[in-house]
Design a protein around this ligand. Sequence first.
Ligand code: 13P
Length: 266
Amino acid sequence: MVNEFEIKKQICDIGKRIYNRNMVAANDGNISVKLSDDEFLCTPTGVSKGFMTPEYICKVNAKGEVIQANPGFRPSSEIKMHMRVYQKRPDVGAVVHAHPVYATSFAIAGIPLTQPIMPEAVIALGCVPIAEYGTPSTNEIPDRLEKYLPYFDAVLLESHGALTWSVDLLAAYLKMESVEFYAQLLYQSKMLGGPKEFDKETVQRLYEIRRQMGLPGKHPANLCQNKDGLNCHNCGGSCGKEESKGADADLVASITKKVMEQLGLK
Ligand code: 13P
C-alpha cells in the first residue's frame, strides 16, 4: 500500500535537492509521482520547489484534472507534459523537470547529448536527444516530446530545460543528476579542445554491461532508435541508420561503377 504522505515528503526532499543543486532557479521546475493509473501527485505551480512542505502537493487524475489541492495551490502548469509521459510509458512511476545550467545550455544551443565520452553516461543514459521547442504549459511540449518517449528516459527540451522519468522518484531524480553531470563534462571537455569519443566497439561493450545489469527503462542497448531516424551515438544495433547508410552507400558505389564501365570510363 502506497503511503501518500511519505511520497509527498519525498517530493519535497527532491524539490530541495534540485533547488540546492542549482538545477532550478526561483519557482522553476516540477515533479510528479504516479500513485495508480488514475491518481498522481504533483508539485504546485508558481512556488519555489526548494521550500515545499507536504500540504503544497496536489493530486490529479490521468487527465491532469485536480482531485485534491489545498487552498492557494494549483497543479504545475506543465502537468500535461508529465501526463503524456505516463500515458505513453506505463513503466514510469515518476517524472522530473528542471533547468540545470549545463543541460539547459545544450538545449538552448540546440546540441543533443549524443557523444559517447565516458562509461557511466553511456551505460546510464545512452544518449539524450532534444525535443523540438514548444510553448510551456501548452500541448506543444507533450506533442513534440511524444516521439522520443518509446526510446529514451531523458530528453532536453529545446531552449527550455531537461525532462527525466523512471520507475520511481529517486531514479527519475538521479537520472536528472546524470544528465547534468554528462552535460557539464561534455561542455568542459569541449573547452579543452574537444572530447575523445569512444569507438563503436567500446560503446558496444558498455551496452553489454548494461544488458547484464538488467537496468530498467529504454536505452540503445536494448532498442534501436536509429531506425526512426532519432539521434543516438554510435548505435551498433542491426536496424541502425548507420548500417542502412552503409548499405545505401554500397549500392550507389556499385551502380556508379557499372555506369562508368558502360560509358567506357573505367
Ligand atoms: P510550474 O511552477 O507551473 O510547475 O512551472 C515551472 C516551470 O519550470 C515551467 O517550465
